[in-house]
Design a protein. Sequence first.
Length: 268
Amino acid sequence: MKKSLSAVMCAAAALSLGGCAGPMNMGAPEAKTVATGAAGGAAAQGANAQLEHCPKSLGTVTIVEDANQPWFAQFSNEYHIQSTIPLLRIIVQQSNCFVIVERGKAFNNMQGERELMARGDLRKTSNLGKGQMVAADYTVTPSVTISAQGTQGAGALLGGLLGSVGSVVGGSMKSNEASTMLLLTDNRSGIQLAAAEGSARNWDYGMVAGLFGGGAFGAGGGFSKTPQGKVLAAAFMDSYNQLVKAVREYKAQSVEGGLGNGGRLKTN
């Protein structure tokens, strides 16, 4: 009885003041992106079943963002996501297709530890001397091609087909869309080895709000809204899956006369 009364009071407070929080649900499926679970070495826990997997790794890789690109500012300002790198790193490690080496912010801490070792501040058994770090065979560069939230598509078509009722239902259907790119570069030669595009879309259905109109229901809009960051995460996983499929069938490009020797398109 006390629990029921508490729930009623909380609901009333939420409607009037918006200031009552329910119990915390750790691991809630609704809060997850497609990049679920964890990775430890070659072992993956709770990985998305749609993620491509390799029985053997193809080499070491580092992931580098270009923070000067326009999409990066939108990614941070509108969706409050600071970087694509953590998302991509868990995807890559869970797939076991590449081994990730650190070249990001943590690299500065790694260098700091080595400076302490060089000054003699660390134990001699710490083994942080030269020749311990692993080279990155490849570099992955992510980018966002298209990111659009709340666009109309099928909703407009539905309204046209079904008349006034369809207009009410279809008018409140909006899609969240994203298209992303991943480039894979060989660090020794600088040659681009692979490029892959990925995409994702989901629909926000506000038909209940539209049918009831006005009031508490109408003010709420869609009832299954998905943050755009989740759609972007799905697009990046799709990009990575396409990249893995491409490198599985990899065939080196060749130029008559050798790479970097002037090419075959001669000038007068």
